[in-house]
Design a protein around this ligand. Sequence first.
Ligand SMILES: Nc1nc2c(ncn2[C@@H]2O[C@H](COP(=O)(O)OP(=O)(O)OP(=O)(O)O)[C@@H](O)[C@H]2O)c(=O)[nH]1
Ligand SMILES: [Mg+2]
Length: 238
Amino acid sequence: MNTPINPKSNRMPVGSVQCDNTTLNLLKANDFVAKAIRERLPDMLVINVCSSPGSGKTSLMQETGRRLRDKINMAVLVGDPETDRDAIRMKEVGINALQIVTGGMCHIEAQMILQALDHIDLTGVDLLFIENVGNLVCPAAFDLGEDIRVTLLAATEGDDKPKKYPRMFLTSELMVISKSDLLPYVPFSVEAVTKDAREVNPTIEVISISSLKGDGMDEWCEWLVTKVNEKKTSQVAI
Ligand SMILES: Nc1nc2c(ncn2[C@@H]2O[C@H](COP(=O)(O)OP(=O)(O)OP(=O)(O)O)[C@@H](O)[C@H]2O)c(=O)[nH]1
Ligand SMILES: [Mg+2]
């Protein structure tokens, strides 16, 4: 007897409807909420930190917290499909953090951030990091009301990613090449990845860092302090 072929990729959840404008409407609703978030947070710099799973987002924010907590008042909203481990890691270095558990979803949407804002005290905060779910595809499509999007690319991931996942790099202001301490041991060209990223997004900035060894951390921290001050100045000017 022939069993009918029904590949998993063709299966739709019960009740799902496919129509041409589903994505369009979803993103339109998201953008509406993202605008509300921007209006609600005029005084602080909001940075959406994206990358593949395990590229070093939490490690970078922990090290940033250790270095800048006396200079900048920071808070973190961190998204993961399950567990509150990253929020715990941030609290361990003295940074106020709230975990957003997406319940298996592969990205954060603006309405999750808007809801989370009611559950975290942001009084006096200059810099709010949003650590997105580890994924180079879906998070690119969702504006979270951030001022700046930063995408990490670890030395261990391969230098071909900007062309393979262009939307992530196109929508980012900064590409952080993370785990630079491993560059001597893996085939990864900083020059080639920078060239590719700039062919996708000519204005993207690039910084190489090692949260573990400290290389590039001064440059990253200076970049952050400059951006926080620019946000404050732009508000004063308004
Ligand atoms: N060698 C090296 N390892 C690092 C560095 N930064 C982070 N790691 C390691 O990489 C692994 C993942 O780091 P995380 O900071 O948890 O990465 P993440 O992007 O937050 O991971 P998810 O939240 O799961 O997507 C951990 O084992 C870290 O110790 C670095 O600069 N160099
Ligand atoms: Mg993390």
